[in-house]
Design a protein around this ligand. Structure first.
Ligand SMILES: [Zn+2]
Length: 61
């Protein structure tokens, strides 16, 4: 692999990392505790901070 291969890769505009990032941004959902506002994971059923089960979803478009 020479320098010409690297340049060709840069000029092609192919960047798997940025593609994945844009896909995630399009369908991002934030899960947050309604009681204390702590951001929790998508699988969380209760808040790790205050044990509340009031988890709300905020879809970000
Ligand atoms: Zn909480």
């Amino acid at each position: 692999m020479g320098l010409s291969d690297v340049v060709r890769g840069l000029l092609s505009g192919e960047d798997p990392a940025s593609d994945a990032e844009s896909d995630a941004a399009a369908g991002t959902v934030v899960y947050e505790c309604r009681n204390c506002g702590t951001t929790v994971g998508p699988d969380a059923t209760e808040c790790p901070n205050c044990d509340s089960t009031a988890i709300v979803e905020y879809p970000i478009e």
